[in-house]
Write a protein that binds this ligand. Structure first.
Ligand SMILES: [Zn+2]
Length: 340
């Protein structure tokens, strides 16, 4: 497709340490020649944080490996943006074969807490619940949780030498439940927490990116309950700081992508984030091209398979190990042509 927006980005999961070489090659020999100029790296807690080693996730990236990724991006003029999952997605299920990814989609035991809640069970909005949850949430009234989160943000932005960070905040289903959090409306609760994190990022000269689904209502937009919210949090769209860049993700096919117009009206700059299905991707991108009021910064392709797996598929033609790797690779290949 002919995409004239200035930013061409892709979300890659932080590679396993043993697959960093493959991902460096992917960046250097595949993504850069196709004009990608932004990589959002889904780190979560998979970095060897020095100040908070207690939150380390599975096979955390070493500082040395992060610096190698920083170097290959700098060489190719690619902006490297670390990504955390904040508020929701604090638990999930390990992917098989293990590639360090937590997925929230299988209703099987056990519900594994990611680094932050494993180290600090008190930060869990539903502490003590044994029930399987799609994705646990950080308690947004906990001052201690916010302090640790800000320290993790600082360390990630420092090691990635980044002036942007993606803070996630998608698919929040379990926030606002404890006695303290339930004093506020969902919209107020979420927007005040995100605004204070954004202030922290701005004080250090950074820009915040986040997913947009909690700012949309299923009723007003026709999106499903993952792509939009049905618990009233969507009023946050009018309360959030407008200097946050919203990543508007949709994986299903719709006649209208209402969110693109809503974010324009609310005064946000956005990125368009499709996924693996070629037809759905084209419908979304075409709608975006037609409805761009100058508020669309570019495209941010999502992947959600292991980046090492994706690299081996795209570079060496190996069959993907993960369920959707082959389809994701084909869609990327078709959509992002080599630059001449
Ligand atoms: Zn709470």
């Amino acid at each position: 497709m002919e995409l004239s927006w200035k930013t061409k980005g892709i979300v890659l999961t932080a590679p396993l340490n043993e697959e960093v070489d493959d991902v460096i090659k992917l960046i250097d020999e595949y993504l850069a020649p196709r004009g990608f100029n932004m990589i959002v790296m889904q780190v979560r807690y998979r970095y060897q944080f020095r100040r908070h080693p207690e939150v380390w996730g599975y096979d955390p990236l070493s500082m040395e490996n992060v610096k190698r990724l920083v170097a290959v991006c700098r060489k190719n003029n690619i902006k490297l943006v670390p990504k955390m999952n904040l508020i929701g997605h604090q638990s999930g299920f390990p992917n098989e074969p293990t590639d360090g990814i937590l997925h929230g989609h299988n209703e099987v035991l056990p519900d594994i807490c990611d680094g932050l809640l494993r180290a600090y069970p008190d930060f869990d909005e539903q502490r003590g619940t044994k029930e399987i949850l799609y994705s646990r949430s950080i308690c947004l009234s906990s001052r201690a949780a916010k302090t640790v989160v800000c320290e993790l943000i600082d360390e990630l932005m420092d090691v990635f030498e980044a002036d942007m960070i993606h803070i996630g905040c998608d698919e929040v289903f379990n926030a606002g439940l404890c006695p303290e959090c339930s004093k506020k409306s969902r919209g107020e609760l979420i927007s005040s927490w995100i605004n204070s994190i954004n202030e922290h990022i701005k004080r250090r000269g950074g820009v915040t990116l986040m997913w947009g689904d909690r700012l949309l209502s299923t009723k007003d937009t026709g999106y499903n309950r993952w792509e939009a919210s049905d618990d009233g949090s969507s009023i946050a769209i009018d309360m959030l700081s407008k200097d946050i860049i919203i990543c508007d993700w949709h994986y299903d096919k719709y006649e209208r992508y209402e969110s693109i117009d809503r974010f324009a009206k609310a005064g946000f700059n956005i990125m368009i984030s499709p996924w693996r299905d070629q037809e759905n991707l084209e419908a979304f991108l075409n709608y975006a091209i037609q409805h761009d009021t100058g508020h669309i910064n570019g495209v941010l392709m999502t992947t959600w398979c292991g980046s090492g797996d994706l690299a081996k598929r795209l570079l060496y033609g190996e069959k993907g190990r993960w369920l959707h790797t082959d389809q994701i690779a084909n869609t990327i290949d078709k959509t992002f042509a080599l630059q001449t």
